[in-house]
Design a protein around this ligand. Sequence first.
Ligand code: C2E
Ligand code: MG
Ligand code: MG
Ligand code: MG
Length: 281
Amino acid sequence: MAKSRGRGFTQYYIPMLESRSTRMLMQEQLLRQAVERDEFELHYQPQIHMHSGELAGFEALVRWKHPDRGLVPPDEFIGFAENRGLIAAVDRWVLNQACRQAKAWQDAGHPAVPMAINLSAQEFRQRDVVREVAQALEDSGLDAGLLHIELTESTLMLSGGQMSETLQDLKALGVRLAIDDFGTGYSSLAYLRKHPIDLLKIDRSFVSDLTHNPDAQAIVGAIVQMGQSLHLNIVAEGVETQAQQQLLKDMGCAMMQGFLVSAPLPSDQAQHWMSQHCHPL
Ligand code: C2E
Ligand code: MG
Ligand code: MG
Ligand code: MG
């Protein structure tokens, strides 16, 4: 191989290049196949109300059922899927699956709590996201108010006018909009006025620094106060210790999510978690 293509390259360099690009191509092929065959799985992480400890909702987090590598976490393929233009298809599968699961739990007698999904910027750029969301709600029968869509600050910064309209249209469907990883992106606070946002999720990095870093405390405190003034719900992400929980509670943060409550769980375990923690009316 190296010889036949090797004009101008040293012989050992080409096989390395080839094997890397071949590997990437194989991964891309596998990911395309996964999209076609629905080879993904959702895990669900509970969010609770800080004061009562009651279930406040779930966040659906995707995993890739990889033929050789087992369950691959999103951080290991979302970026790749974005580069290869495949993330919108993944997100669309997630949207539909999460809506169906939320409705199925509700129908099985579990409390009707919100289900949050993550949508990448590409979903907004490439697809008619409003139509897809409307369709998923219709197909599943899920109440629109129970679907929360998490966006990042960078998604909000996409081509201003068009984004505004899309978000207004989503709101008109009745779904709720959340900003994920809040405080880590480059964006101005003006968009909180400009866009119909319902909820902010304080990024895990601030939460993990909370107990030993006064700056992190000041930032979280400011986010919580701003949320109260602007009538936004606030969820703290990545809460791992009781000390963090106590500080957040003292600061007036209303909801939390994190390993302290539970890791993201496969569907059957999430359902079991609900039957342990939620009592029927
Ligand atoms: P995210 O939306 O900010 O989700 C929270 C991530 O933090 C999850 O990682 C969750 O497992 C992890 N986490 C939750 N509690 C704790 C904690 O107490 N400590 C620590 N260390 N980690 C915690 P996960 O599932 O690996 O997802 C990573 C990211 O991948 C997500 O961050 C989200 O940005 C992205 N992602 C996940 N599912 C999807 C999806 O369906 N579509 C898109 N576009 N992105 C997704
Ligand atoms: Mg999220
Ligand atoms: Mg987050
Ligand atoms: Mg994230």
